[in-house]
Design a protein around this ligand. Sequence first.
Ligand SMILES: [Zn+2]
Length: 201
Amino acid sequence: MIRADLHLHTTYSSDSSITPKTLVEQLVAHDFIKVAAVTDHDTTCGISVTRQLAAAYPDILIIPGVEISTPNGDIVVLGAEETPPQPWTVQNVVDFARDHDYVSVVAHPYREYGMGDLARNYKFDAVEVFNGASTPTANKLAHDLAKLMGLPGVAGSDAHQPAELCTVYTEIQASLDVDEILKAVKKGLVTVPQPRKSIRF
Ligand SMILES: [Zn+2]
């Protein structure tokens, strides 16, 4: 089993202060979170440099990814090493993930830039049921949405500053391998530990 922060931003997102080096250093230093998905806003440009830095440490793993801003809300695509073809409609991003065996995740559905109930109209692979930057109420609603859609729930910090990294994570029944992790998420072999300071789901 691995523990992964499945949503975070590096300095390749214009609103984040987390350098790839800081991210890698935090994973190396962390007691039990050794996997992180780099999900910058609308770009995958930070993936290769982060992976190169991480390659020196066999016990950590970077999952490629991206957070795409669609007009209807944000979508995290885990596994993506490139951005989807334009236009970035919800349908196009979901199709892109499916065609490439990536994992499409409804990001923070019940806060700003979230798509809310609209997500029910699309074939997503998972719902972000705990987002470190969302309120407990918004996370509770996201949890209910995942249940309603019959989809696995995943969690990520949505960190934009170093102190926020790895504050939220997903437990995944997989080894330290990107393909295995993506397949495990799709199969629902995931658990989101109860966050210490938050409400109960
Ligand atoms: Zn984000």
